[in-house]
Design a protein around this ligand. Structure first.
Ligand code: HEC
Length: 150
């Protein structure tokens, strides 16, 4: 019985791994996907940045819309950093696969901070948005410093 359970566990674990991998036919597809998600996230994050820096007028509604996109996009890129996607047209550092736990924690930190950015934007308070923008930017930078080559 115990052996059967172990076998089933191994079966499902293998299934879970291949399904994450099977989302992308080729490594280059995964790389393209994650870069696209990061580009979209970066574009909408910069729009809040422009407001925070006073380059465009403050617009609470636009802040909410952009923050929601950032928070949603912040969930997407990470599944595309599977095994075998370390080479090609990518700036991903090998450290991602050497210290997966730290990379995952950095992704989770971004998700937490961008969630707070949505709440700050919904409050409509410029100061709160500025603070949350800078905390979220800190989460981007921390991961880029460790895991993205220049
Ligand atoms: C958990 C780590 C991590 C976090 C957090 C993170 N990034 Fe990145 N980012 C990366 C890595 C790794 C790459 C390189 C991806 C590649 O080239 O395959 C990258 C690349 C990018 C790119 C370039 C995409 C391209 O087309 O080459 C942009 C833009 C970007 N990130 C913006 C952001 C912004 C804005 C944030 C915060 C809101 C952020 N990132 C947070 C890891 C992260």
């Amino acid at each position: 019985m115990k052996k059967l359970i172990l076998m089933l566990c191994a079966f499902f674990a293998a299934g879970a791994m291949t399904s994450a991998h099977a989302q992308f036919a080729k490594a280059e597809d995964a790389i393209k996907y994650r870069k696209s998600a990061l580009t979209v996230m970066g574009t909408h994050f910069s729009r809040i940045g422009a407001m925070v820096q006073g380059k465009v007028p403050f617009d609470a509604k636009a802040a909410v819309e952009n923050a929601e996109i950032v928070a949603n996009m912040s969930k997407l890129p990470w599944v595309a950093f599977g095994e075998g996607t370390d080479a090609g047209d990518t700036k991903a550092k090998p450290e991602i696969w050497k210290d997966g736990a730290k990379f995952k924690a950095a992704a989770e930190k971004l998700q937490a901070e961008s969630g707070k950015l949505v709440l700050a934007a919904q409050s409509g308070k410029e100061d709160a948005i500025k603070a949350a923008f800078s905390a979220t930017g800190g989460a981007c930078k921390a991961c880029h410093d460790d895991f993205r080559s220049k």
